[in-house]
Ligand binder design. Sequence first.
Ligand SMILES: Cc1cc2nc3c(=O)[nH]c(=O)nc-3n(C[C@H](O)[C@H](O)[C@H](O)COP(=O)(O)O)c2cc1C
Length: 405
Amino acid sequence: MRIRRCTLLRLESSEETHFDLEALLSGGTGVVSRMRWLAYAPALEAPMELEADEVALLGQVSPTDWVQAAPVRQRFGAASVRRLLRAGLLVGSTQPWASAREEDERMRALHWHGVAADYHRASRWGGIDAAGEVEEAGLHNAEGLRSAYGAPPPMLHKRADGGATTTLPWATRTAFDDVLDARTTCRNFDAGRMLPLAQFAQVLERTFGERGRVHGADDFDVLKRTSPSGGALHPTECYVIARRVEGLAPGLYHYRPSEHALQALPMDPARILASAGKHAVAQDMGALDYLAWIAVGGQPYFAKAHVLCILAPRFHRNFWKYRNHPKAYRVCILDVGHLSQTLLLSATEAGLGSYVTAAINEIDIERALGLESWSESPLAVCGMGPRANRMETYELDPNRRIWPQ
Ligand SMILES: Cc1cc2nc3c(=O)[nH]c(=O)nc-3n(C[C@H](O)[C@H](O)[C@H](O)COP(=O)(O)O)c2cc1C
């Protein structure tokens, strides 16, 4: 048999500390620490602790060139080679390892940059009630933050090494300024009203719809949208959790930019509710309500939106061009930022409240939508709908464009 190392692997030298009563009684602080090696790889659900000789083994085996397993077994022991094969950190050439090998080859063909892959994995959440945790820590408002962390860096920045200042002319206000100034993150949706289909459709059309296309080469068409996209690839898909839209059945949908249509997606309540047991507040929620709540990290004011749009790049479309590129993941994130701003301004212009959040439970969303996270995964969720008449949850509207005095 021949072996090679898996495509993506990160090793971390990590310090583990724990309290030990004996260490305290024998005159120490009671805090005992030890260093350990942790492996992170797409095949691993959780980081795996490695022995020093396994680290040395992985350091010797190429991720690209196959080598004979026998000399590696002889040097590091057959048990270590087997353990690393079972974990998917080594890939084997023979039949018993075929499915792990195919999975590793699929990963290789996606062209992830190693550090970007680490960041992608590290920044995904599952089943987290972030809003609850922040509130419990007292970090949900300005006073709490100020008292926990002291004063933040100043609001405005002045360069000490700068020269003279040139005052710029103020622009003449147009209707566009009114839209820009009225955009305010909405945390107060009116659950008693329906979102008119025409307004909802207009926001989707303006944000995600096809505004044109260019035939670049055989099998290579380029979509034109109102937002820019790195490499003109527009890898970002919009998935919709529709809850209260006139004429649209509540459910999950995928937006199709060319047809300006929503395709209904299957909904599996058991899969959606998989993490619900962890949260007392979610016990009586139906699948769609729970998905909306967990999708936005347990933020109840955002979960109340009439529609939630999940912005999920198909990374492999971007990485097809920017192969193993250190900036490719950043470009996907920036693409989503542009789309979200277009969505917010379109919703504002339509008289709707809207928001964007990155405090999302990617793992729950992927499970609900059947996405494989290395190929396609959400980076942000936007919501929209008619605003409530009363502000119950705080919004930043110092110039009173939304909320009267
Ligand atoms: C990337 C991003 C993530 C955000 N995530 C959250 C969030 O999780 N919860 C929230 O209440 N607001 C969130 N916001 C909204 C900001 O809090 C808001 O933009 C800020 O307070 C300024 O208010 P404004 O949008 O009304 O101007 C997010 C904004 C951005 C751009």
